[in-house]
Design a binder for this molecule. Structure first.
Ligand code: HDE
Length: 701
């Protein structure tokens, strides 16, 4: 980890070298540094004074002819473009996809044609509901969009961190999004599904129940981008060089393992560090700890599709990994932050219709609607049809050649006389029937009508399957999330309708939700087009807790210190955490530093008031002369760490603080007394588990 105190980009504290101000006699007083870049207008004219506009006398009226000021302010006034209508809050990074298993027999798609082949990628992670400036940790589905700059053109895999979606037909998307966004009259709540309009819509949309289970689970409050799975959601087609098609579902599996936070942590984290996820990704890349995901595919044919219990074209359904294995075919590594957020992350334009030879669509009605929406939204956001020329959107792996011309901001005009095809001048590009994109020859027939297939009608069975695949602790989190969200709804009928749906998913869940919501009587189960199947086996792959990372790598230990702390124990912690691949933060009453029992100074990374324990994966409490028991922030630090089931290491000097938080004699196995290297090693090993879940049994409600 980079030592913040030794950061080479540190500023000088020399005022004289930097300040621009009016000196004696009213003249601008600014030191020009040797060899420094000149400030110019957009026309390249060097600016003489960037602090004072052109005036007729002092203070005198400002002159219209001040082109430098007018141009500067004009450009500033036009800095904003419309934020994305959904997924406005996002963060991106560059990287490389490396094929680890070639599958040319299955697809001619360029990234998978040879083992070891590398393809450049750009990834943008996002939340769905919040505005661009909203916090990183609302309860929400996350976007996971990957642009592959392949040598056969750009392919966008525009996925989410849940494998299912709320609705089955794109025509419902505007209603879903209107319902979750701030209500139109009051313009709140921001970045939250916990309000009447969302649950009103959901409670009238049974097809959303499976995704609701995901959204209420810990998947919707991920620890970081680097600990989320990604899914293409829809069933796509792979097509090989002979035109043979195989169905495919895409999965991204994080090398750091699946990890999430608890809801109370998310709430507090949004206050303590609203940029938590973007900061985490930026920092990881900055320190060279490049995040990685494996790309897995579920491959199946029409026979499997016909025999599967649900329609594989229904985006509210998964195919459990246990029924069709996820085969790993490559790894993505993100190793380069953006140079400029706006130019890259804000202007990147993903589109599900950006496919390459070897990848094709299916008749999933949600996918078909998306293919229209993304191009349409780019035109609005980026202001014209030439956004494909922006460096972040332009193909990198292959030439681009066509007769598209003109339009706003054209920067790549073709030279010469010819701008049409065919032409007799023998100039310009021609289509190629073999190398070109050929759509899969899917036979299609049918009557034109507005209809939902019968095979999409079972809305509860997989919602139940997801629920029964969770550990009891995770089931408790789903219940608490439902209670939290529905308690924010003012309209009792909405709460009742939701409990009526829950009755079709799991009776115990419905009963507990009804109790905690204070429903006087249990409603009748919601009318179901298909009865819930009780025979679907649990899918262990769906649980986070059942698949712990098994290492502390990339996670953060927050060590709280005060002057006179036990230096030997800290040294042992530093050694063990570093060995485990973890990171350390040092929290103390003063940012300027702290010293240990033999007065050796130690740097501090965070001041107690600004670093609550929600920001760390595990904590150690090492007070010295000041026991910190009288410090409210220190008490919150420890109490929250305990309530959030974190592993807590403490030295005997922390006894008073432990007592002040009412934890003395708790007999809790996640509270580890540290007095030598052995106990420290045991503590850091214990931290490999995500949390000390048995502690949850103490907390009611
Ligand atoms: Fe999107 N979605 N979406 N979506 N979506 C957009 O495109 C849309 C859906 C997803 O980081 C928009 O450029 C419709 C499913 C991601 O830039 C817009 C439907 C999945 C991102 C749009 C869906 C997604 C978007 C807004 C229902 C997961 C962010 C801005 C048929 C598989 C991409 C933009 C980024 C963004 C439309 C449903 C993922 C309006 C009509 C399902 C990750 O075009």
């Amino acid at each position: 980890m980079k030592d913040p105190v030794k950061d080479p980009k540190r500023q000088t504290a020399d005022f004289d070298a930097l300040v621009s101000d009016t000196g004696e006699g009213g003249e601008i007083h600014q030191h020009a540094r040797k060899g420094e870049e000149r400030l110019t207008t957009a026309q390249g004219v060097v600016i003489s004074d960037n602090q004072n506009s052109l005036r007729a006398g002092a203070p005198g009226p400002t002159l219209m002819e001040d082109f430098a000021m007018r141009e500067k302010i004009f450009h500033f006034d036009h800095e904003r473009i419309p934020e994305r209508v959904v997924h406005a809050r996002g963060y991106g990074a560059h990287g490389t996809f490396t094929c680890t298993r070639a599958i040319p027999d299955v697809t001619r798609a360029a990234p998978f044609e040879a083992e070891g082949k590398e393809t450049e990628v750009f990834v943008r992670f996002s939340t769905v509901a919040g505005s661009k400036g909203s916090p990183d940790l609302p309860r929400d589905i996350r976007g996971f969009a990957v642009k592959f700059y392949t040598d056969a053109g750009n392919w966008d895999l525009v996925g989410n961190n849940a494998p299912v979606f709320f609705i089955q037909d794109a025509i419902k998307f505007p209603d879903l999004i209107h319902a979750v966004k701030p209500e139109p009259d009051r313009d709140f709540p921001q970045a939250q599904s916990a309000h009447d309009n969302f649950w009103d819509f959901i409670s009238l949309t049974p097809e959303s129940m499976h995704t609701i289970m995901w959204a209420m689970s810990d998947r919707a409050i991920p620890r970081s981008f680097t600990t989320m799975e990604g899914f293409g959601v829809h069933t796509f087609r792979f097509v090989n060089a002979d035109g043979v098609s195989t169905f495919v579902k895409f999965h991204w599996k994080p090398k750091m393992g699946l990890q999430s936070v608890l809801w109370d942590e998310a709430l507090k984290s949004n206050g303590a560090d609203p940029d938590r996820h973007r900061r985490d990704l930026w920092d990881a890349i900055d320190r060279g700890d490049f995040p990685e995901w494996d790309l897995g595919v579920q491959l199946f044919d029409q026979d499997f599709a016909d025999s599967f219990a649900f329609d594989v074209l229904d985006p509210t359904k998964i195919i459990p990994e246990e029924d069709c294995p996820v085969e790993i075919i490559g790894t993505m590594r993100l190793d380069r932050a953006v140079d400029n957020f706006f130019a890259e992350t804000e202007q990147v334009a993903f589109c599900t219709a950006n496919v390459i030879p070897g990848i094709d669509f299916t008749d999933d009605p949600l996918l078909q609607g998306r293919n229209f929406s993304y191009l349409d939204t780019q035109l609005k956001r980026l202001g014209g049809p030439n956004f494909t020329k922006l460096p972040i959107n332009a193909p990198k792996g292959c030439p681009v050649s066509n007769f598209q011309q003109d339009g706003h901001m054209q920067t790549a005009a073709r030279k010469g006389r010819v701008n049409y095809e065919p032409n007799g001048w023998g100039e310009g590009p021609r289509a190629h029937p073999l190398e070109g994109y050929v759509s899969y020859k899917e036979p299609v027939s049918g009557e034109k009508m507005r209809i939902r297939p019968e095979s999409f009608a079972d809305h509860y069975s997989q919602a139940r399957q997801f629920y029964i695949s969770q550990t009891p602790s995770e089931q408790g989190h789903i219940l608490s999330a439902l209670v939290f969200e529905l308690s924010k709804c003012e309209e009792p009928a909405i709460r009742e309708r939701m409990v009526a749906h829950l009755l079709n998913i799991d009776e115990d869940l419905a009963q507990k939700a009804a109790d905690r919501l204070g429903l006087a009587t249990l409603p009748k189960p919601a009318p179901a087009a298909r009865p819930t199947r009780m025979d679907l086996a649990a899918s262990p792959a769906l649980s986070i807790q059942a698949n712990p990372p098994g290492s502390f790598k990339g996670r953060i230990m927050g060590v709280m210190l005060s002057d006179g702390f036990d230096g030997q124990v800290l040294a042992a912690i530093e050694k063990a955490v570093t060995k485990a691949g973890g990171l350390l933060r040092f929290i103390a009453p003063r940012i300027g530093g702290v010293s240990c029992s033999n007065d050796n100074p130690h740097p501090v990374t965070d001041q107690i008031g600004g670093a609550p324990s929600v920001l760390f994966d595990a904590v150690a409490i090492l007070p010295g002369k000041d026991s910190l028991a009288g410090n409210p922030a220190a008490k919150d630090f420890l109490s929250d760490a305990f309530a959030h089931c974190k592993f807590i290491g403490w030295t005997k000097e922390a006894a008073e603080l432990v007592g002040a938080c009412g934890l003395e004699g708790s007999g809790d196995a996640g509270l580890c007394l540290l007095d030598d290297e052995n106990t420290v090693t045991q503590f850091v090993t214990a931290c490999e588990a995500l949390r000390h879940w048995p502690r949850e049994a103490r907390f009611k409600g």
